[in-house]
Each structure stands twice: as C-alpha cells, then as structure tokens.
Design a protein around this ligand. Structure first.
Ligand SMILES: C[S@@+](CC[C@H](N)C(=O)[O-])C[C@H]1O[C@@H](n2cnc3c(N)ncnc32)[C@H](O)[C@@H]1O
Length: 230
C-alpha cells in the first residue's frame, strides 16, 4: 500500500494557499494509489492516458526548493500529464517573480489533449498563484518547443518518456543560461532509454556537471556550466 505520509512531509516546505495545498493532497493521493509506471521507451502511450504518472511528492518539494534557491523565473517542463509537478513549478516561479516584481513563466508541454484538459482544470482550481504563470503547449514537444522559447531559461524538468529526453534537451539547450538546472526523473530506472542523454552529460565538453540523488528510481540533478573554457 502507498505511504501517503510522504505527501505532508513534502508539503511542509511549500508555501501556498490552503486551496492549493488541498488540491496537491488530493492529486498526490490519486497519483500514489495508481499502479506504478516507468517508461523505458515511448511505447504503450495509450496505456497511460488515464494515469497521472506524476512526479513523487518528495521530488516535487526538492524541485520547488531548487527553483526558489536559484530564483528561477523561466522554466520548461517536458511532460506535464495532469499538471501536478507544474503546480510546484508555477508556485516557485510566481513567488520568485513577485519578489523582484519581474516577469516569469512556466512552459508546460503535453501531447495528449485529454491530459491537457485535466491539467488546465487542476490549475484553475489552484487559481492565480498557479494558473497565471503557466503557458501550456499542446502537441509533440519536439515541435512545440522549437519556437518562442524565452531567451534565457533557468530550469528544465525532464519528466518525459526517456527516449524523448535527449531530443528535448537539444531543443532547449541553446536557451539555457549558465548555472541553469536540469532535473531528470527516473534516471536509473529508465537508464536504457536515457543512454544518449547520460553520454551527453558525462562528457564535460558538453558543458554539464551532474549527480544522481538517491530518490526513487534516481533523480538526476544537472548544472549547465557552459562550454567555454571546459
Ligand atoms: C511522466 S508524465 C509527466 C508527469 C508530470 N510531470 C507530473 O509530475 O504530473 C510524461 C507525460 O509526457 C507526455 N508526453 C509523451 N510524449 C510527449 C511528446 N512527444 N510531447 C509532449 N508530451 C509528451 C505524456 O503524455 C505524459 O503525460
């Protein structure tokens, strides 16, 4: 049986309205009680149409804290599903932007229209502290991220079928600022599909430095240091 106590442990680090915290409790509970799914390739997509496949609460809290620590205001999320992790991204971006009275945006991506509808419903329930910071791009992210990306991106969350991770990075990388973070879920559990991505991160000439944190399935945390002088 799923250990639901992880939800409260995560939420304690995340300042948000009671309505948003209640929504997150509800969504995490649904996500944690569905059968687990780890992608190794892009097959069986129809099999997960009705599933959250959401980022675990402890990983969501870490991502929120990383965004706050780095003051991230421009974020890309590869793989949005029903929009659970996106809520954390939007809270952090909104709070960082408010501190500076500056703009901010989370670009969310989802291929499946039915999932996009559910995500939008969830963000609406959370209201302005979440909804107004999100631009959802529907369709294949290899196309939807090709244009109109912010000049400088602070954070990329790769929570996508593993074989799509490297093509996504290729599109976003030219926009990553020095010091930008990339977080990749299930790097150990999905290592076959992530082979090209891991090879790219492992070569210092590509400008990344990374480590795997011991969260379930392995959470890869990557810093873009740039390619000059490496
Ligand atoms: C692991 S789930 C994302 C979970 C989400 N980050 C969360 O925590 O709630 C990955 C999502 O990527 C979507 N996806 C798969 N291929 C895609 C593509 N080519 N373009 C955009 N989204 C895609 C899937 O439909 C699925 O909902």
């Amino acid at each position: 049986m799923a250990d639901l106590s992880v939800i409260e442990k995560a939420l304690v680090s995340v300042p948000a309205s009671q309505a948003t915290l209640e929504l997150l409790r509800d969504l995490h509970t649904q996500a944690l009680t569905e059968p687990p799914y780890v992608s190794t390739d892009n097959e069986h997509e129809s099999a997960v149409l009705d599933k959250f496949v959401a980022l675990d609460p402890d990983k969501c809290a870490l991502v929120y804290l990383l965004l706050r620590a780095t003051g991230a205001r421009f974020v890309v999320e590869a793989g949005t599903s029903f929009g659970v992790s996106t809520i954390y991204l939007a809270l952090a971006v909104g709070q960082n932007a408010a501190l500076l009275d500056a703009p901010g945006k989370v670009i969310a991506t989802e291929n499946e229209h039915t999932k996009a509808i559910r995500a939008r419903q969830h963000w609406k329930r959370a209201g302005d502290e979440v909804e107004k910071w999100i631009e959802l791009r529907e369709g294949d992210l290899r196309e939807t991220l090709k244009t109109n990306l912010p000049e400088s991106i602070d954070f990329l969350l790769l929570d996508i079928w593993s074989v799509l991770a490297m093509p996504t990075l290729a599109v976003v990388k030219p926009h990553l600022r020095k010091g930008a973070l990339v977080v990749v879920d299930n790097i150990i559990a999905g290592r076959t599909g992530y082979a090209d991505l891991m090879e790219h991160f492992a070569d210092p000439r590509n400008g990344f430095r990374s480590t795997t944190a011991p969260y379930a399935g392995g959470l890869h945390i990557v810093v873009y240091v740039g390619t000059e002088g490496v």
